[in-house]
Design a protein. Structure first.
Length: 357
């Protein structure tokens, strides 16, 4: 009796499993709505956009070599200056007083030299006549030499003071435009403290930062298209004029892009962008980043739609570098194929999809 009951239970279980399996096999996977894109032709070159700020290609801080109070400040931001034009003057009173003081010290030193020389000549004559001792002769000669050394020192100090007096007037080292004046009239400034910033008439650059990997593909003279926020709707031709060294602690390179024929009203510190094309070889087609799915081991896939059946196939692809919100595809896709760009993460192999507009 127990054997019959066990056999009956086993048969019922097998029947239940078979019935469930049949029902599952009869259920079709839902049709997923997806957004697609047709794979385009391979692109030529890689265009990158870099943000930066403008500045003069050559900017020179104008400062005094000596300290003092600014008595005259003859320029303001935006002024155009010529070579040798006076930028500012310090109050000359203290410098002139120092010159007069040192002139008096030099005159005194000259008098002391005359006295010491006359005394040396007198002692020398007595020494040669054997009426003065050797020690007297040596002392007279040492006094004369000391007076002459003091005169040389006074002369050097006077020359330096006169030079400092001349340095109290600051001239423009070259022609250009004053882009800022960080000092004020009657302000005391120290040696080397800028009173004006001069931009030479040698052009304007947009200074940007480029990833080290991309900077290696840049060349001096390479063309770029520059846009500036201060000049909406306008594009300017630019060329790479300088490629710097890597920034400390960052895999980035400072790059200067010289703007050809910049507008007269352009100023340093204005925000802008430069579009640069890297290389002239085919870099493969690009697809949206959202179209790429990943797997273990770093493998990348894209879902390709078969137009006749509207079923999807998971295709292994080889990807390259990023291009904005897209990524280069080196292999795995063909031009004209339709790929899923949204909804890819919910798909399974062979599943039917409905293409959304």
């Amino acid at each position: 009796m127990k054997h019959m009951i066990s056999t009956l239970i086993l048969l019922m279980a097998v029947s239940l499993i078979t019935s469930c399996r049949s029902r599952d096999e009869g259920i079709e996977q839902p049709v997923r709505p997806v957004i697609t894109e047709t794979v385009g032709e391979p692109v030529t070159g890689r265009v990158r956009t870099f943000a930066g700020v403008t500045r003069g290609e050559v900017e020179t801080p104008i400062s005094f070599r000596v300290g003092g109070e600014i008595a005259e400040l003859l320029v303001q931001a935006g002024d155009t200056v010529e070579t040798g034009q006076v930028i500012a003057r310090l109050d000359p009173e203290d410098l002139e007083l120092n010159v007069r003081r040192l002139e008096a010290q030099q005159a005194l030193a000259e008098s002391q030299v005359r006295q010491a020389t006359a005394e040396f000549n007198r002692i020398q004559a007595l020494f040669e006549a054997n009426t003065a001792s050797r020690s007297e002769f040596d002392r007279a000669r040492a006094a004369r030499d000391s007076a002459e050394a003091q005169l040389d020192s006074a002369g050097a100090a006077l020359n330096q003071a006169r030079t400092q007096l001349q340095h109290g007037t600051r001239h423009s080292p070259h022609s250009g435009t004053i882009i800022s004046v960080p000092a004020n009239l009657f302000q005391f400034v120290g040696p080397g403290q800028p009173v004006a910033i001069l931009r030479a008439d040698r052009g304007i650059v947009l200074e940007v930062t480029v990833a080290e990997l991309l900077a290696g593909d840049l060349q001096i003279g390479q063309s770029a298209t520059v846009t500036l926020e201060a000049f909406p709707g306008q594009e300017f031709v630019g060329h790479v004029s300088e490629i710097g060294a890597g920034l400390t602690g960052l895999a980035a390179i400072p790059v200067q892009i010289r703007i050809e024929e910049p507008p007269a009203t352009i100023r340093s510190g204005q925000a802008g962008e430069a579009r640069v094309e890297f290389g002239d070889e085919s870099q493969g087609m690009t697809i949206p980043l959202a179209a790429v799915t990943g797997a273990t081991g770093g493998q990348r896939f894209a879902w390709v739609v078969e137009p006749a059946t509207e079923e999807v196939e998971r295709r292994s692809i080889e990807t390259g570098s990023l291009v904005g919100d897209r990524i280069e595809v080196i292999s795995g896709l063909e031009t004209g194929e339709v790929i899923v760009t949204r909804g890819a993460n919910r798909l399974s192999e062979g599943q039917r999809v409905r293409l959304l507009p």
